[in-house]
Design a protein around this ligand. Structure first.
Ligand code: 13P
Ligand code: ZN
Length: 270
């Protein structure tokens, strides 16, 4: 067997959690990531017949039966992942019934996957239907985006428009816009279902007064998506209380979206 700590997927989890921590998106145990892996990717590193323990999921994820994910642990700090991946991360396979996760590696101290596992798994189901190449779901608490939640109405259309207007290339990076949920209790199936419902249409879902979910085909794309949203929110927070002299107009938005040939939300343009 090859050494799993040297695998591409463990290294990617280490570097992305470290980056997110340094950007201030993941204080304490804030944030969580799930990354869909193929059997071919994992097989050189793990005996797929060896299940360390079984962890109940608390809902049925039948569509994900047999699928393998590397997932951050609940209560674990992103700042610690790089120095101890085997305690802070776990690799789980969803069993055939869809209600149990089989632990194949990690959570060495007896831990388990993130409390936001329902939102992650339900979002994977929703995104895989929209895009079979989707592999990553990422949740974090970016500072400016969170700040913006307190001073901006929480509505898909107006929130998306404000972000698009903050950086010229926003509409190219998230032409599908941003879905916004009101404040909800986190860590349960209900917020998971609400997130997945938004994920049918959006790759970015804001959890009102809490944080953000992003989904994408790989780590870079997903990270870049949240990074771009957070940058736009930063510009918003730096400028929204000042007199606005210049604006990216709706005509400008259409011009750039058409030049980059992206399928943008036409109903979000005035
Ligand atoms: P976990 O530590 O369970 O991953 O929760 C962190 C979080 O951000 C909850 O929304
Ligand atoms: Zn959170």
């Amino acid at each position: 067997m090859k050494e799993i700590l040297k695998s591409k997927f463990v290294k990617e989890m280490c570097s992305v959690t470290a980056n997110m921590y340094r950007l201030g998106w993941d204080e304490r145990n804030g944030g969580n990531i799930s990354y869909l892996l193929t059997e071919e990717e994992v097989a050189p590193y793990l005996d797929l017949d060896k299940v360390i323990r079984k962890i109940p999921i608390g809902f049925e994820a039948k569509e994900l039966a047999g699928k393998i994910f590397i997932v951050t642990g609940t209560g674990k700090y992103f700042k610690n992942v790089e120095s101890d991946p085997e305690t802070n991360l776990g690799i789980v396979r969803i069993d055939q019934k869809g209600d149990t996760a089989e632990l194949l590696w990690g959570y060495k101290d007896g831990g388990r996957f993130t409390s936001e596992f329902p939102a992650h798994m339900m979002s994977h189901v929703a995104r895989l239907k929209a895009d079979p190449n989707n592999r990553v779901v990422m949740h974090c608490h970016p500072t400016n985006l969170l700040a913006m939640n307190f001073v901006h109405e929480l509505d898909d259309r107006s929130f998306t428009r404000s972000l698009w207007q903050m950086c010229t290339e926003c509409i190219v990076v998230f032409p599908d816009g941003v879905g916004v949920l009101p404040w909800m209790l986190c860590g349960n199936n209900e917020i998971g279902e609400a997130t997945a419902a938004k994920m049918k249409d959006y790759r970015v879902v804001v959890w009102g007064l809490h944080g953000v979910y992003g989904a994408g085909k790989d780590m870079d794309e997903t990270f870049g998506l949240i990074e771009t949203v957070e940058k736009a929110a930063e510009i918003y927070m730096l400028t929204s209380h000042l007199p606005r002299i210049n604006t990216i107009t709706d005509d400008n938005l259409v011009t750039i979206a058409e030049a980059f040939k992206v399928n943008y939300r036409k109903d979000f343009i005035d």
